[in-house]
Design a protein around this ligand. Structure first.
Ligand code: ATP
Ligand code: MG
Length: 411
């Protein structure tokens, strides 16, 4: 992001302009006039949960003190439920716990930080990012995560192709915190190693945020049978610089470092996304990637609330072993066996053909004792990074070839 923009969306430089042909909307599920599938968020055509529908303009406001509209208004004035003493007390309504976020006008209000509404997001420092569903043309689905779908979209106003992430709100405070953190961080982020933020808006029970579209995709989709060492060195450098930026400049730890959250574009740039997952997510293993691959450090598995910056260093090391070897390094039938292996077994290593420096780098990241893992500054000084520092690795060529191989494999 090139700094906050007042009164409009940050206009990305012309180099970001789409060269992709616009695609037909007809392949997508039917949309209502606000661009949503009937009954819920765009990527999740299912009815909203009781108490949802936060932003429908004519819907009664469930948690605040706005008067009810509709049939009740046709009646003669009389006693209302509150006057009869029958109205639910604020703390009994589904939104009681969220009143600090959902304001009476139906906007999502993150006190003192940002207000998200249907037409964009206003930040407390006066900057605003105006982007709305009507201005977007849906192109294709890029992937699905735990919280919703990521779509490739075309922003007609700026002629820019973007990635739009949908986050369903299910009255889960954790998610609201996550959104706030991510928006706040994206808003403040100006780093070559972090995806650029274009804007966000709020419709019905979903927050949508638009970010830089990374046309090659996430690393899990392009590492194939494993990336060569020089490419791995450049990916590592970008990831460490991104993580160091988050920590030094924004005082945050990423908490969700894994190949799906490392994105690549056809210029060969490597950038992080999806930081700021609330620590609350980690409190329950039941909620965390059951049946999937875990990038959690051993200390997080042993004591769920333990999270320091070194836990991200572990996840970095594990992600790198996966990218180098072409597969997630722990292989067990069930999640518990996998987590037990992370805690009890020797950490995974790089395939044999990797250099001593790279193997040492990984061993340092995957130290079982969190306190013995290096800092980001130390990692940048490590012989593995230094060895490739002045080597001109053609990352664009690698990225485009990897992308082409992926597309060929899909056909
Ligand atoms: N800015 C982007 N540009 C291109 N592709 C993206 C972008 N953001 C996300 N994607 C793709 O969309 C997919 C889904 O992303 P999402 O963050 O919802 O889930 P995830 O990271 O795969 O998993 P989880 O929900 O467990 O974090 C990603 O795997 C990635 O391939
Ligand atoms: Mg992600």
């Amino acid at each position: 992001m090139n700094g906050p923009v007042t009164g409009g969306m940050s206009t990305p430089p012309p180099t970001r302009r789409s060269v992709l042909p616009p695609m037909s909307r007809s392949t997508l599920p039917p949309m209502t006039n606000n661009g949503m599938a009937p009954g819920g968020c765009m990527g999740s055509p299912r009815p909203p949960l009781p108490g949802q529908g936060l932003r429908r303009p004519n819907a009664p406001h469930l948690g605040g003190n706005r008067p009810t509209t509709g049939r009740m208004n046709n009646k003669k004035p009389g006693l209302n439920l509150a006057q009869l003493g029958l109205a639910p007390k604020p703390e009994q309504t589904p939104f009681a716990n969220f009143s600090k976020y959902v304001d009476p006008s139906g906007k999502l209000n993150f006190a003192g930080k940002a207000i998200i509404h249907a037409d964009g997001v206003d930040f407390s420092n006066g900057s605003s990012f105006t982007i709305k569903m009507d201005d977007l043309k849906l192109l294709e689905e890029l992937g699905k995560g735990q919280y919703g779908t990521v779509q490739k979209v075309y922003h007609r106003v700026t002629n820019v192709v973007m990635a739009m992430k949908e986050i369903r709100l299910e009255l889960d405070e954790t998610k609201l915190h996550q959104i706030l953190m991510e928006l706040d961080i994206l808003h403040k982020s100006t780093s070559d190693y972090i995806v650029e933020f274009y804007g966000a808006f709020f419709i019905e029970s979903c927050v949508y945020y638009c970010m830089e579209y990374m046309d090659v995709g996430s690393l899990d989709k392009v590492y194939g049978s494993g990336v060569p060492e020089d490419v791995l060195a450049k990916i590592t450098t970008s990831m460490v610089k991104g993580l160091k930026f988050l920590k030094d400049e924004l005082s945050i730890i990423h908490r969700d470092v894994k190949p799906t959250n490392v994105l690549v574009n056809s210029k060969g740039q490597v950038k992080l996304c999806d930081f700021g997952v609330s620590g609350q997510l980690d409190r329950s293993l039941a909620k965390t990637n059951i049946g999937c691959q875990s990038y959690m450090a051993p200390e997080r598995i042993r004591a769920a609330n333990t999270y320091t910056v070194s836990s991200d260093v572990w996840s970095l090391g594990l992600s790198l072993v996966e990218m180098a070897g072409g597969k997630y390094p722990y292989k067990y039938d069930n999640m518990f066996a996998q987590l037990k292996a992370i805690v009890d077994e020797e950490p995974p290593t790089l395939p044999d053909h990797f250099s001593e420096e790279s193997r040492d780098f990984i061993a340092a990241c995957l130290h079982k004792d969190a306190e013995k893992r290096p800092t980001y500054a130390q990692l940048l000084e490590h012989p593995f990074i230094q060895k490739y520092k002045d080597v001109d690795v053609d990352m664009a060529k690698w990225a485009n070839e990897a992308h082409a191989a992926r597309l060929a494999a899909k056909q």
